[in-house]
Design a protein around this ligand. Structure first.
Ligand SMILES: Cc1cc2nc3c(=O)[nH]c(=O)nc-3n(C[C@H](O)[C@H](O)[C@H](O)COP(=O)(O)OP(=O)(O)OC[C@H]3O[C@@H](n4cnc5c(N)ncnc54)[C@H](O)[C@@H]3O)c2cc1C
Ligand code: FES
Length: 251
């Protein structure tokens, strides 16, 4: 669906991090699954040419919410859109999480946790591990037990999210969802007990053009050779479908 939607609310709830609610209509919100994303036209003008992808953070009866950080021109333009104005939105796009039964461990690095508020209402989340550079980048996920860690020690322990692995009650975990920077996901996959790799799903990061499979701008290396399209094969993938040696390496 490609439609003009009303921005019904916008809030800068952490410095440079916005929560925005979009009145998409019931059909759009009902079809949105945890892990899917939308492509937003951040400006009515000719630039930037390409839309920007954002995870659907959560859904309401006829609206969806996104959470985004201002990192460049597109996200700054989006943050300046006034409540009551409209933006053009394409979605819901991509394939989301396989909502398997059993206990879930969720692991989010920075804005990687943006999609978890929606996911936790569909799965049995036993523990959420949150990591960020500093406390102002730790995204709250209401209603779940969590442990947090920051690189500068401003909230929770000082360190990286992988340092929290020792606190995971592995006996109660059957599924793992990981989303964050590629380096963080790689480090995490290397450190989890081997038997959990096949039940781990990751939400991949890639620069996107079209968002629907036409431009091949979002390719990520596939285990065993070749490439996957982040926008249509993912963005959520089984962790063992990715070639972690090649992913994130600039050639
Ligand atoms: C499937 C998907 C879901 C996403 N969901 C969210 C979300 O929920 N919240 C959120 O804040 N961001 C999300 N992103 C990242 C977001 O799309 C980018 O931050 C945004 O496109 C940047 O646009 P810009 O014009 O502001 O920045 P640009 O000027 O294009 O770039 C600014 C900086 O951000 C980096 N960057 C841009 N796009 C990406 C990207 N896709 N991945 C990693 N780094 C990038 C650039 O390398 C550069 O350093 C998602 C990306 C994908 C692919
Ligand atoms: S963004 Fe165009 S093919 Fe994926």
């Amino acid at each position: 669906m490609d439609r003009e939607v009303i921005v019904t609310s916008k809030e800068e709830f952490l410095p440079g991090i916005f929560r925005m609610c979009l009145e998409t209509g019931k059909d759009f919100s009902e079809q949105s699954e945890p892990g899917q994303f939308i492509q937003v036209e951040v400006s009515p003008g000719p630039f930037p040419v390409t839309r920007r992808p954002f995870t659907i953070s959560r859904t309401y009866s006829s609206s969806i919410e996104i959470v985004f950080e201002t990192v460049g021109r597109g996200t700054v333009l989006l943050s300046e859109v006034e409540t009551g104005s409209t933006v053009r939105v394409l979605g819901p796009l991509g394939s989301g999480y396989e909502l398997n039964s059993g206990g879930w461990l969720l692991v989010g690095g920075g804005l990687g946790a943006a999609g978890f508020p929606g996911l936790v209402s569909f799965v049995d989340c036993r523990l959420l591990l949150l990591g960020a550079s500093t406390k102002d980048k730790l995204l709250p996920v209401p209603g779940v037990s969590f442990l947090s860690i920051t690189e500068d020690g401003s909230s929770g322990r000082k360190g990286l999210v992988t340092d929290l692995l020792e606190s995971v009650p592995w006996d109660s975990v059957s599924n793992i969802a990981v989303c964050g920077p590629v380096a963080m996901m790689k480090a995490f996959i290397q450190r989890i007990p081997g038997e959990f790799t096949s039940s781990t799903q990751i939400s991949a990061e890639a620069r996107m053009g079209c968002g629907w499979g036409a431009c091949e701008g979002c390719s990520i290396p596939k285990a065993g050779g070749g490439y996957l399209k982040c926008c249509t094969d993912g963005p959520v993938f089984p962790a063992d479908s990715i070639d972690w040696e090649r992913y994130g390496v600039v050639s």
